[in-house]
Design a protein around this ligand. Structure first.
Ligand SMILES: C[S@@+](CC[C@H](N)C(=O)[O-])C[C@H]1O[C@@H](n2cnc3c(N)ncnc32)[C@H](O)[C@@H]1O
Length: 224
């Protein structure tokens, strides 16, 4: 058995999973998250699912190599299909677009049960994911991670049925991130402003309307 070493992104995801949890990792691919969590005694058992056969073969191989066949159930499934009997307490959905993550959440009534925590790591469209979460989910923690030249957002949420309304910068950058004032967030903020300024330049060069992006830049700059 070899000890799984996670990347910074996945390690931060794992750090947000509760001690003593039963974790379900949706879109598991290599099953690194569940293997790490069970190996380190953070999760009692785990469920690793993926919509595609290839990743599940890879996941199964890794689970067997790590001697965790009796602790990690592994199968092909779309989203949270068939998850109820496994009764996960913590659900990780990582490395997909925010819109797909929102679709997966929307299709599951299990996710709305009391005591179920979601740890979400959208590769793109964090704004759209937060927009979706406004409809009944409390965002109780957020993190920004920088790895291999890229920024990643991690969003922890749980269902409480209450609607919320975030501002446009809160949707894009995360209210908890903004309030944290952490250095990593401030770096991410500067990176985002710079990215938008590049887009603005392109719009000016193409004689396009720049009102929207200029307003976005102003709102982001006000967070400095
Ligand atoms: C880029 S990988 C991310 C792997 C891992 N979660 C990570 O963050 O490193 C995305 C995985 O999600 C799976 N996937 C895509 N849509 C899915 C769905 N609706 N339900 C379950 N898995 C899905 C893909 O097959 C793929 O293996």
């Amino acid at each position: 058995m070899k000890q799984i070493k996670l990347s910074k992104r996945l390690l931060t995801v794992a750090s947000l999973v509760r001690n003593g949890s039963v974790v379900a990792d949706i879109g598991t691919d290599h099953a690194y998250i569940p293997i790490y969590l069970v190996q380190n005694g953070i999760s009692k058992r785990a469920i690793a699912t993926d919509i595609n056969e290839g990743p599940i073969l890879r996941a199964r191989q890794n689970i067997i190599e790590n001697g965790l066949r009796d602790k990690i159930a592994c199968y092909v499934a779309s989203g949270l299909d068939g998850i109820e009997p496994q009764e996960p307490t913590d659900i990780t959905i990582c490395g997909m677009g925010g819109e797909l993550i929102a679709k997966i959440i929307d299709a599951s009534s299990y996710i709305r049960n009391d005591g179920v925590n979601l740890i979400l790591q959208p590769m793109t469209s964090a704004l759209e994911l937060r927009e979706y979460l406004q409809n009944g989910f409390e965002i109780y923690n957020e993190k920004v991670v920088f790895e291999d030249g890229k920024y990643y957002q991690i969003i922890c949420a749980r269902y409480d049925g209450k609607p919320r309304k975030y501002t446009s910068v809160e949707l894009e950058m995360g209210k908890i991130n903004i309030e944290s004032g952490e250095k990593i967030f401030l770096d991410f903020l500067e990176y985002t402003i710079l990215k938008k300024k590049k887009i603005l330049k392109g719009l000016i060069a193409g004689n396009c309307n720049t009102e929207k992006i200029e307003a976005e830049i102003r709102e982001l700059e006000a967070l400095r």
